[in-house]
Design a protein around this ligand. Structure first.
Ligand SMILES: C[S@@+](CC[C@H](N)C(=O)[O-])C[C@H]1O[C@@H](n2cnc3c(N)ncnc32)[C@H](O)[C@@H]1O
Length: 201
């Protein structure tokens, strides 16, 4: 599993250095290794079992989380709309030996979240969530996801601080969740800036 993560880290650093020419819609845009470690540690500390991810890409963050989720006897539902990335993620999950605990929901995040919200079994169900898709819809994703999260459940949101092009969008997101009395939330400078939010009630 860690060999696959290391290979993806090599690809990600080549992509970021622009040493390879990757088509914009095929870029991994992965979380940093430090963020992967943070997610993995929180899942372990919480003994989280039911994870939801919005924005899978080629599965780097998913594999970091799966390593801990497997240990806890849990499973992951992850959402991605890009078929090229879904194909690469499936290959990566196979190589990493984590496919069995991962269900990929193919399609637009909003539509998949709407579908999950309609199912009674997902009310207060997820104890760990990663939001890392299109930033312009982050507030809507948060509002749709919160009823699906258990009390004490954790929501992590990536890119709170970097890249700078997302700053304004993420500032609005931060203000939105800080105004919500049902959560406690802090912005951590780890990686690209991770919002760590706990559902209180
Ligand atoms: C930042 S990348 C995710 C990186 C991944 N979490 C990781 O760290 O390895 C964001 C992903 O969200 C997907 N995405 C963007 N908008 C989406 C939408 N509306 N519905 C579903 N997926 C979307 C993109 O195709 C992209 O692969």
């Amino acid at each position: 599993m860690f060999e696959v993560l290391e290979e993806l880290e090599r690809q990600s650093s080549l992509e970021k250095s622009r040493k390879v020419d990757v088509a914009p819609n095929e870029r991994m845009l992965a979380i940093t290794k430090e963020t992967g470690e943070l997610l993995n540690m929180i899942i372990r500390m919480k003994n989280a079992k039911n994870m939801l991810e919005v924005g899978m890409s080629v599965g780097y963050s998913t594999i970091w989380c799966a390593e801990a989720i497997i240990e806890n006897g849990g499973s992951i539902i992850t959402i991605e709309q890009n078929p090229v990335k879904i194909k690469r993620a499936k290959e990566n999950f196979q190589k990493a030996g984590v496919s069995e605990v991962i269900t990929i929901e193919e399609g637009l995040a909003m539509e998949v979240l709407r579908k999950l919200s309609l199912q009674e079994k997902y009310k207060n169900f997820f104890d760990f969530v990663l939001i890392d898709a299109d930033k312009e819809n982050a507030i809507e994703y948060f509002d749709m996801i919160l009823p699906l999260v258990s009390i004490g459940g954790v929501i992590i949101t990536d890119n709170m601080l970097y890249p700078e092009k997302y700053r304004e969008e993420m500032k609005k997101y931060s203000q939105h969740i800080h105004a919500n009395q049902n959560v406690r939330t802090i912005t951590s400078p780890i990686g690209n800036g991770e919002e760590i939010t706990v559902k209180l009630r």
